[in-house]
Design a binder for this molecule. Structure first.
Ligand code: SF4
Length: 189
C-alpha cells in the first residue's frame, strides 16, 4: 500500500474527512466491514409466509434465488412475532433444503425391522382400506353408559406441530365425519 493511501486511512483523518467527529460511524469501519452485505442481498424476490413449526405462527419472509429458498428471516410486519423467530423458526430453511429431507412415504410393516418406501398413492390406498375395515370392526352404537352413540374407538388421530390452523380444521372435520372422537395434537404435549 502506498504511503499516501496508508495515511488516508488513518482513523483521525477519516473522522474529519467523513464528518464522523466522534468516530462512531463509517470512519471506524474496516474495509471488510464496509463490504459486508446482508445474507438476503442476493435474493431475487421475497415471499411472506408463516413458520410451520408450532402453533404460535410467527411471520416469515422467504427469500428466493433461482427458484430456490435462499434464506428465511422473521417478518417485521407480523403482528404475532414482529420480526422475531425462535431458534427453530430461524433454522427453518433446513426444513426445506436439508439433504436429509424425506420425499417418499416410509412404511414399516408389522414385524418389519426396516423402513420401506411407498408411492404416495399406494400409501393412501392402504390407509383408506384400514380406516374402512377398522370402522366396520369397531363401530359403536352405544357408549359405556348405554347412551346411544355413533362412533369408533378403534381409530385415533394425532396431529403434528407443523400443521397450521386450516389443516387442523380439515383434519378435525374429517375425523368427526368418520366417527373418530380421539383427536389430539402433538403441539399441546
Ligand atoms: S417454532 Fe418458533 S418461530 Fe416458529 S412459530 Fe413457533 S415460536 Fe414462532
Amino acid at each position: 500500500m502506498r504511503p499516501g493511501e496508508l495515511i488516508g486511512r488513518w482513523p483521525l483523518l477519516r473522522q474529519v474527512r467523513e464528518g464522523d467527529a466522534f468516530g462512531l460511524g463509517r470512519a471506524v469501519q474496516s474495509t471488510r466491514t464496509q463490504e459486508l452485505r446482508p445474507r438476503t442481498d442476493a435474493a431475487q424476490h421475497v415471499v411472506q409466509s408463516i413458520c410451520p413449526y408450532c402453533a404460535v405462527g410467527c411471520g416469515q419472509l422467504v427469500y428466493v434465488r433461482d427458484g430456490k429458498v435462499d434464506q428465511i428471516e422473521g417478518d417485521p410486519d407480523s403482528p404475532i412475532s414482529r420480526g422475531r423467530l425462535c431458534p427453530k423458526g430461524a433454522a427453518s430453511k433446513n426444513l426445506v433444503t436439508s439433504p436429509s429431507r424425506e420425499y417418499k412415504v416410509k412404511y414399516r410393516p408389522p414385524n418389519g425391522t426396516e423402513w420401506e418406501e411407498l408411492e404416495l398413492g399406494q400409501a393412501m390406498e392402504m390407509i383408506a382400506d384400514r380406516v374402512i375395515e377398522t370402522r366396520k370392526a369397531t363401530w359403536q352404537k352405544q357408549g359405556d353408559s348405554g347412551a346411544p352413540t355413533e362412533r369408533t374407538m378403534g381409530i385415533a388421530m394425532l396431529g403434528g406441530a407443523t400443521l397450521d390452523n386450516e389443516e387442523n380444521y380439515l383434519i378435525k372435520k374429517l375425523a368427526m365425519g368418520l366417527g373418530v372422537v380421539q383427536v389430539e395434537n402433538q403441539a399441546r404435549i
